[in-house]
Design a protein around this ligand. Structure first.
Ligand code: NAG
Ligand code: NAG
Ligand code: NAG
Length: 198
């Protein structure tokens, strides 16, 4: 079910994203005003429609919480499982399902949560209509293509290098997830059922 190698590659590239230095915007002539992406709000909830590289679909409830350094995705795979993905800034990520045959996998990454300004230094690609919205588009380190509504500056869509395309259905600034939802179940912490991957 989990594609560990893909995840590891993704995380390695996320590291690159965070480390890459902004291009020298100061050298642009003043009349060429290049739009910059709106930083992510410190806390938001978004309902996401995702088309995976396998063309399988899932929806995700994303709860981004920078002050608490926590990123949560609750994935509902089409006609499939409800998968919890709880990411902490110390690099630990819990993936688990609930219920009778609940599963758990813990992964340890070298990077933490993306900061709100992770798109700083992205290359501006101009305007494009996507999902029916006129957007400003950027690309960063051949890892992410990001589309932001010109009028509201809300994210509309982002695509990852590996073919996962994410479409923002709702975007609620300040909406939080109750802490009780992010406590990994007990079987994550027993060696029998919990599985640890590095
Ligand atoms: C998902 O993406 C694939 C590849 O880009 C595309 O062929 C397919 O039509 C998409 N499916 C949906 C439902 O958007
Ligand atoms: C990282 O933080 C989470 C949440 O506080 C905790 O459950 C986990 O054990 C921590 N990981 C490490 C390697 O300390
Ligand atoms: C859990 O697994 C058992 C044994 O494979 C199966 O009989 C049962 O239907 C499963 N329960 C659920 C809720 O999937």
């Amino acid at each position: 079910m989990m594609k560990i190698n893909e995840l590891c590659t993704a995380i390695a590239l996320l590291t690159l994203l965070q480390l890459s230095v902004p291009t020298n915007a100061d050298s642009q002539p003043a009349e060429m005003e290049v739009p910059t992406p709106q930083p992510w709000p410190e806390q938001f909830h978004a309902l996401l429609y995702m088309n995976l590289s396998t063309a399988q679909l899932q929806i995700s409830n994303l709860y981004y919480d920078w002050p608490n350094r926590r990123n949560v995705n609750i994935f509902q795979k089409q006609l499939g499982v409800l998968l919890y993905d709880i990411e902490w800034n110390n690099g630990t990520t819990f993936y688990y399902t609930l219920g009778e045959n609940g599963t758990c996998m813990i992964m340890q990454f070298d990077v933490g949560i993306l900061p709100p300004d992770f798109l700083d230094g992205a290359n501006y690609l101009g305007t494009q209509v996507t999902d029916g919205f006129l957007c400003n588009a950027w690309e960063k380190v051949d890892f992410i293509w990001y589309y932001e509504d010109v009028l509201t500056k809300r994210p509309v869509r982002w695509d990852f290098y590996d073919g996962i395309s994410t479409h923002v259905i709702t975007f609620e600034i300040g909406e939080l997830l109750q802490d009780s939802f992010t406590q990994a179940p007990a079987y994550c912490f027993t060696s029998q059922e919990g599985q640890r991957a590095a």
